[in-house]
Design a protein around this ligand. Structure first.
Ligand SMILES: Cc1ncc(COP(=O)(O)O)c(C=O)c1O
Length: 393
């Protein structure tokens, strides 16, 4: 049976990690894979997570099944983090999923059930897995203009002009904050304009938020999403705890459905549970149990928010530091790095220039020119600045 299979295509980011591991050069730099690293180059277990984990170890008495929707305290906490103070808070339901990846797939499957002829509009470029997941669920995909390579910012007018063509059969997928891969976020005015278009044209907004707290702060990063949730009848959200709780390998996320009534949102939740039953059945418990413990405890919540804000502060200082390091070498070509949000920036380097970064400087970036700012060390900034200027001149 299996010798008829075509060879699998390697994921470009995961294969980059393999090449990096095999590189023997001492000053090599991994700016490929999207994980946060501290000033020692480690991806630490956050303090609040460690404490919650210890509590779990001391108090957990069973490993019996949790249930199809996962941990309901966690589900409520995810809705609280994103929807508190909006009218959507009381007409939304959530299902715990294996990461935001699981949420993306469950929501895609739900759309396929509800409206088989759906087209999902995705930003150009977008998170590398958006298109494959939507297509695997049998949905059509279409791209809308997003990033302006000249300014390295969002081309709002081109984006809004294209989205004005989306209609009732369409779903518009947006990044809640910290756009992956570009680092260029839409403005609050853009959120307002897209909300208006959704109401006028009847398309469904779909927000993927995987970096809440890494852009402008926990509250601010959800401001656009909240405006949209408050002012539309229906909206769906995929959310992740991989980055802001550092729970990458625990596969912790949620799918949220907002509708015009709680009754409809509950019906959608029921159908997601059917879908989950016929795929993975239940999400893993550990990560969600830790998040639920943290967000149900004032002291642990304070500790978590403090550490998240330290991580955010470090990201900002790395962005400023890199921009200044380039400026110190006489160029303002990379000033946009300071304006970008979150872990990533698209540098504008071509695949060939990215190849030179790797061959001449042992710096590993993604082929589309994306670098992971959160993977940098302070002492590497001058070297990276030299390398960027050398390959781009
Ligand atoms: C925009 C976006 N969505 C979803 C995900 C997947 O996150 P998770 O690890 O929770 O599956 C990522 C991870 O990189 C991402 O960048």
């Amino acid at each position: 049976m299996f010798n008829q299979l075509r060879e699998a295509q390697l994921d470009p980011i995961l294969s980059l990690s393999i090449a990096y591991r095999e590189d023997a050069r001492a000053d090599k730099m991994d700016l490929g894979i999207g994980v946060y690293r501290n000033s020692q180059g480690e991806t630490p277990i956050m303090r609040a997570v460690q404490q919650a984990q210890q509590q779990q170890l001391d108090t957990q008495t069973t490993k019996a099944y949790v249930g199809l929707a996962g941990n309901e305290v966690f589900n409520q906490s995810m809705m609280d983090l994103l929807l508190t103070d909006t009218s959507a808070h009381t007409r939304a339901t959530a299902v715990q999923t294996p990461g935001a990846s699981g949420a993306l797939r469950m929501l895609a499957d739900l759309m396929r059930l509800a409206q088989p002829d759906t087209t999902v509009w995705i930003s150009n470029p977008s998170y590398v897995n958006h298109k494959p997941v939507m297509e695997a669920a049998g949905l059509k995909v279409r791209f809308y203009p997003y990033f302006d390579p000249a300014t390295k910012q969002v081309d709002s007018s081109a984006m809004l002009a294209e989205l004005a063509k989306a209609g009732p059969q369409d779903v518009v997928l947006l990044h809640g904050c910290c756009h992956n891969p570009t680092g260029a976020d839409i403005s609050f005015a853009d959120w307002m304009a897209i909300t208006e278009l959704a109401n006028k044209n009847g398309f469904l907004p779909f927000v993927d938020i995987a970096y809440q707290g890494f852009g402008d702060g926990l509250e601010q990063d959800a401001a656009g999403l909240k405006h949209m949730a408050d002012n539309t009848e229906e909206m769906i959200i995929a959310t992740s705890c991989s980055k802001n709780f550092g729970l990458y390998r625990e596969r912790t996320g949620a799918a949220i459905v907002i509708s015009d009534s709680l009754k409809v949102a509950q019906k959608a939740k029921g159908r997601i549970l059917n879908l989950a039953r016929s795929t993975y059945t239940m999400p893993p418990d550990h990560g969600a149990a830790l998040v639920a413990t943290i967000l149900s405890d004032q002291e642990l919540t304070r500790t978590w928010k403090q550490e998240l804000s330290e991580m955010h502060g470090r990201l900002l200082s790395l962005r400023t530091g890199l921009t200044q390091a380039v400026r110190a070498q006489g160029s303002d070509d990379f000033d946009f790095i300071e304006q970008h949000k979150g872990m990533f920036s698209v540098t504008g380097l071509s695949p060939e220039q990215v190849g030179r970064l790797r061959d001449e400087f042992a710096i590993y970036a993604v082929g589309d020119g994306r670098i992971n700012i959160a993977g940098l060390q302070e002492q590497q900034l001058d070297y990276l600045a030299t390398a960027l200027l050398s390959v781009s001149s």
